[in-house]
Design a protein around this ligand. Sequence first.
Ligand code: ATP
Ligand code: F1X
Length: 305
Amino acid sequence: MIYTVTFNPAVDYVVQLDQFHQGEVNRSKYDYKEAGGKGINVSRVLRRLGLASDALGFAGGFTGKFVTDFLNEEKITHHFIELEEDTRINVKWKANEIETEVNGKSPTITNAHYEQFTEMLKKLQDGDIVVLAGSLPQSLQTDTYRTLVKMLHEHNVKVFLDTSGLALAEAIKAGPFFVKPNHHELAELFQEKVETEKDIIRLAKRLQEEYHIAHVLISMAGDGAIYVNGEASYKLTAPKGEVVHSVGAGDSAVAGFLYKWHETNNGVHAATYAIASGSATAFSETLCIKEEVESLLQEVHVSEL
Ligand SMILES: Nc1ncnc2c1ncn2[C@@H]1O[C@H](COP(=O)(O)OP(=O)(O)OP(=O)(O)O)[C@@H](O)[C@H]1O
Ligand SMILES: O=P(O)(O)OC[C@@]1(O)O[C@H](CO)[C@@H](O)[C@@H]1O
């Protein structure tokens, strides 16, 4: 079974304005709310691609109820530990063609909540897959993902990881199966300036080799991605198109990789599908659907480095 974990879900409040006037009352041209958070987005895209997953995490209050109701509507099974405080609201606003995000403060996860959650994870078995995605709430230690990766390895569970900052720096020490930092997160991880594609390739290889990560996918937005496994490195171009709403493009890439890897066990095919999925989301108003992904596959060009 595939599980996604979202420690820090959200109600994503997506707002479109023609123009933004600072210090004035702005009225939206168009707005909507949807369940967000990186693990949840991965589950939503997997479902659209035709692969079932169980969404795990923490949710509280009226916003938490919105998130779980939303997942019910999309027919995604879920097990969320109930928190006392409200799940955050993240504002995604687009004006003058510029996307701006304000992500809310996370509710508190107590030790008791966390233990309830780890009891659930301990039941996973050989062959299961877990996606750990998104930021960690401030109430948790920065090495939480690292601890979980270690624990899941003891149960022969493969871990796909998509996070940033200290949580990423710690978690890679446990050698997850797959990671997808973007090139900025990669630069931050090694505290180096990344100025050329050569720099990105060098650091991607270093990440793969030093931390024994089977699949490293470095996403570079409109510039595609670098994919490195234990055998070779590849550059993948991204399809060209009009970016409508890029929130969730990275999560779609993770879901696309997982979907294709699960089907074929082939990393290059999986990376190609990942890029088509990310771009399909960037080119549409919300997360991609399978037809959109497959219509872009021919536009992803792969070259071995
Ligand atoms: N401008 C774009 N044009 C084409 N494809 C894009 C564009 N932006 C994103 N993508 C697609 O989405 C993938 C992931 O994008 P990106 O590198 O921005 O990830 P990310 O930083 O994790 O994204 P986010 O945090 O917005 O979800 C890219 O590899 C690419 O396939
Ligand atoms: O604050 P985090 O956990 O890093 O990111 C959360 C978030 O911005 O990521 C998703 C898009 O990738 C959104 O649905 C959500 O609001």
